[in-house]
Design a protein around this ligand. Structure first.
Ligand SMILES: Cc1ncc(COP(=O)(O)O)c(C=O)c1O
Length: 492
């Protein structure tokens, strides 16, 4: 049944899109004004609180059903400014140091805008988006000295890149796995006890079971104990299991430790195992000449997962998988039913990204990677990484001078783990205090570190993957830890 308000709708004539602006000039004005708002937001990224939680009233307004009739774009932009823009994660702020978040760039906004305007589906076919992705994959393969036979694709992030890389490892162990599954094979893989949780999820999804990912002990630098790994492989073989891969980590999530990748590469060669590297953020230190040597051995990996949305500051989301043997990756994922068959014209283009992964429809992620690299160049991006590591060392030195703060782990890259330890409290109470301290600091909008456990103790974890952080921000952090810590200690 027609509703009365339908009479308000302008008549649509044939030949006019139902969804394009009726008045392009007015739309242009709104678009420019919104872009100005966004640029101003980034220009003043350090003003105001780091994080502003979304008020209940705003959440309720968002939960209202979408309008049945069109609204003026001016109204939609006004709502966007009021209801959404003030309540970001906070990772564009100079004092956001939680988890491992990238900071984004102003240029990234332009790239995202252009990608939306092109609206390319980068699953495949022969168009610019596919060529740009091939180009950035090729650049990155060269950073890591992968051979010409390498292939890769951009992913949502390292969780997905690790999953796809481990799927390729599974294919290399059981060629028929796509048709027949793992059958009776009892595949097992290895990572240090500091390995990221996404790796166990990948094992679960691949039908291997999370327990098939062995957690190997670490040394004092939080790196995998290679002798313990060797023993574990031997024991598993003796027990009738089938070791198939080792995951080395370049930059562990808790402390930023990088395994001895050269030793792992050698072990994998000797044991005929697939060598996968989870380099989510650490792999990008390849761009920082002083840090890159600790990645020695990464060039021997069979597969490598890393992110561009972390330390390259490409807007979310952008991860990458590189596999040294294109044939194995193709054998893992390619499948072209007739409706996707290669042909001349638009259906050409050689290998498509969808032949190398599980997604058929994919956005134009490569554009923001290309744009970031073009705009800033590898040298400045490497310098930003280097500076973050220098800041982490400065912070660690300041922490070590404070009587109630304790540094909990070495600081090889950009992560600093510390604890506020007031006298007269037991470990459990100190755990609770530090967790509350972090939440209080976030709620007050002062800074946004996160927490983790080191040696089974909760601590404050500061990961400086932030090109806007200044040294003065580190002083604000140390001061806030001490102030909030003493308040909480006093409150019991
Ligand atoms: C070492 C490591 N691996 C994997 C991941 C998962 O990456 P993503 O969040 O891009 O999926 C992270 C995330 O911080 C990480 O630090």
């Amino acid at each position: 049944m027609k509703q009365a308000s339908d009479a308000m709708r302008p008549a649509i004539t044939d030949g006019q899109s139902l969804l394009d602006p009726a008045d392009w000039q007015a739309f242009r004005g709104e678009a420019h004004a919104l872009l100005d708002t966004l640029i101003t937001r980034l220009e003043h990224a350090g003003d105001g609180p780091v994080w502003t939680p979304m008020p209940e009233a705003v959440q309720q307004r968002l939960a209202e059903p979408p309008p049945r009739l069109a609204q003026d774009v001016h109204k939609v932009c006004a709502d966007l400014r009021e209801l959404i823009l003030p309540f970001g994660t906070g990772n564009t702020h100079p004092r956001f140091w939680g988890w491992v978040h990238g900071t984004g760039t102003a240029g990234g906004v332009l790239a995202e805008m252009a990608a939306a305007a092109l609206n390319a589906n980068c699953g495949g076919r022969d168009h610019g988006g596919i060529h740009v992705e091939k180009c950035v994959i090729d650049w990155m393969a060269r950073w890591f000295e992968f051979p010409a036979s390498a292939a890769g694709l951009l992913t949502t992030g390292s969780s997905m890149a690790n999953l796809l890389g481990l799927a390729a490892a599974r294919t290399s162990a059981i060629a028929e796995v796509r048709r027949q599954g793992v059958g009776g094979a009892r595949l097992v893989g290895y990572v240090s006890s500091e390995g990221h949780s996404c790796l166990a999820k990948a094992f679960e999804l691949l039908g291997l079971g999370g327990a098939a990912l062995r957690r190997v002990s670490i040394d004092r630098e939080f790196r995998i104990d290679v002798d313990a790994l060797r023993r574990s492989i031997k024991e598993d073989r003796a027990g009738g299991l089938q070791p198939f891969c080792v995951v080395g980590t370049a930059g562990t999530v808790n402390t930023g430790a990088t395994d001895d990748l050269a030793a792992l590469a050698g072990l994998c060669r000797d044991e005929e195992l697939w060598f996968h590297v989870d380099g989510a953020f650490g792999a990008l230190t390849i761009l920082a000449p002083q840090l890159a040597p600790r990645l020695a051995g990464i060039e021997s990996a069979h597969s490598l997962a890393f992110d561009l949305h972390k330390w390259l500051h490409v807007p979310y989301d952008a991860g990458c998988l590189l596999v040294r043997d294109r044939a194995t990756l193709l054998a893992t994922f390619d499948d072209r039913p007739p409706y996707l068959a290669a042909a001349d014209g638009l259906a050409g283009g050689g290998t498509w990204p969808s032949d190398l992964g599980i997604e058929l429809s994919r956005g134009f992620r490569a554009l923001k990677v290309w744009f970031t690299l073009q705009q800033h160049g590898t040298e400045a991006l490497g310098e930003a990484i280097d500076r973050n590591c220098a800041q982490a060392r400065i912070l660690a030195a300041r922490i070590e001078k404070r009587p109630l703060l304790r540094l909990m782990a070495p600081v090889p890259l950009q992560i600093v783990c510390c604890r506020y330890e007031p006298p007269g409290m037991d470990d459990a109470a100190i755990d609770a205090l530090n967790v509350k301290l972090v939440a209080t600091m976030q709620r007050r909008g002062i800074a946004a570190p996160s927490t983790c456990k080191i040696d089974n103790r909760f601590c404050i974890r500061i990961s400086i993957t932030n090109h806007r952080t200044r040294d003065a921000d580190l002083d604000i952090l140390v001061g806030a830890i001490e102030t909030i810590g003493s308040e909480l200690a006093a409150a019991g």
